[in-house]
Write a protein that binds this ligand. Structure first.
Ligand SMILES: NC(=O)c1ccc[n+]([C@@H]2O[C@H](COP(=O)([O-])OP(=O)(O)OC[C@H]3O[C@@H](n4cnc5c(N)ncnc54)[C@H](OP(=O)(O)O)[C@@H]3O)[C@@H](O)[C@H]2O)c1
Length: 327
């Protein structure tokens, strides 16, 4: 399968590395807004074609699938351009800025007989799958704390008077949609749709949240989600049940997980040793879905993406966080 990329930051380079590690896929085209950068990026990564005009790239016959890693508010228009031209789309998280965009893009994907994936890499890792498969070990779930909190170098730019995309309403930024989506996706994939959603953000001068606490209520327990781009946490995430506790070192990669049982007063199981580049797992799944038509996996992941977006949109709007064009 031939893949093109949109965006030239480190995350695209990481995805290109993943392409190199996964069987049956190759990088054939790249996009950058400037032709010198596009040409350099194509040469550096061995892509045969480069583009500066997105519509031209979308119409090109040089790829079957595109990976989009541009600022969030651009995902919808860019994804639609490729979907309309019969290309599968792998879109970085957060896939879209609103449910309206989500439904519109999926309708276009269906009309054109192609797939539209959200690159929520943590959900495809072996250790997430292990936690999901062995959740019953902790018994009745009673308390969940999931978080993603990492000081962003782009916050320094904001403090210096600039407005980087990730802290901008124009580009659909903010801590909840940038980092909060990792723990929210885990909560939705493990526990389903919450009964209630409450968000308390710490607002920045740019009009988006720099950090915040999201409380998802479930029958019999509460899942607290912490996200931040203006401070860093050294805590582990935890799923606490009446019979034991699962600890997760990093909600974005699930690199180390372990479960300890109350009864045995000790560790019961630990996670697997995973590959360094966790983007390889999601890419393998996307390729399998495309080539083997694994419709139930696709529909399941799509439902999770939709619910995550429903939660972030509701949480944002109840806190008065509106992206440009929404208010
Ligand atoms: N899965 C993960 O672990 C992970 C990690 C980081 C980011 N992400 C996601 O990846 C996406 C990109 O994030 P990022 O931090 O890399 O963003 P970014 O650095 O702001 O932009 C990414 C790329 O988009 C292009 N771009 C920037 N501004 C643009 C504009 N105004 N119009 C059109 N293109 C523009 C640039 O490429 P050119 O200049 O070459 O055109 C740039 O390299 C986001 O959705 C983010 O949430 C995911």
């Amino acid at each position: 399968m031939r893949i093109g990329t949109v965006g030239t930051s480190w995350i695209t380079e990481s995805f290109i590395d993943a392409i190199g590690e996964v069987a049956g896929v190759e990088l054939t085209a790249v996009h950058s807004r400037t032709s010198e950068k596009a040409e350099d990026f194509a040469r550096k990564h061995g892509a045969g074609h480069y583009f500066t005009a997105l519509q031209e790239m979308a119409k090109s016959s040089q790829m079957d699938c595109v990976y989009i890693a541009s600022p969030n508010s651009l995902h919808f228009e860019q994804a639609v351009a490729f979907l309309k031209n019969g290309k599968h789309v792998i879109c970085e998280k957060p896939m879209f800025a609103s449910l309206k965009e989500f439904e519109g893009a999926h309708r276009i994907a269906e009309e054109n007989g192609v797939y539209l994936f959200e690159a929520m890499r943590n959900l495809y890792t072996p250790n997430f799958q292990k936690v999901k498969g062995r959740l019953d070990d902790v018994g009745e779930v009673r308390n969940v704390l999931l978080h993603r909190m990492k000081y962003s170098s782009r916050y320094d730019e904001l403090l210096a008077g600039k407005e980087p995309a990730i802290f901008s309403r124009k580009f659909a930024g903010g801590a909840l949609v940038d980092l909060g989506v990792y723990p929210i996706a885990v909560a939705v994939a493990l526990f389903g749709k919450p009964l209630d959603v409450k968000y308390t953000p710490v607002m920045l001068s740019s009009g988006v949240d720099g950090s915040g606490t999201l409380v998802l209520s479930y029958q019999g327990y509460v899942c607290t989600i912490l996200c931040s781009k203006i401070s860093t946490s050294n805590l582990e995430s935890e799923i606490q049940g009446e019979a034991g506790t699962i600890s997760i070192d990093n909600i974005g990669s699930f690199s180390n997980v372990q479960c300890s049982l109350r009864a045995s007063k000790g560790q019961k199981w630990t996670g697997e040793s995973q590959r360094e580049n966790t983007m390889t797992y999601e890419l393998e799944s996307f390729v399998q879905i495309i080539l083997e038509g694994k419709t139930s996996t696709y529909e399941n992941m799509k439902a999770i993406s939709r619910e995550v977006l429903a939660i972030t949109e509701a949480a944002r709007k109840q806190s008065g966080i509106y992206f440009e064009g929404e208010d």
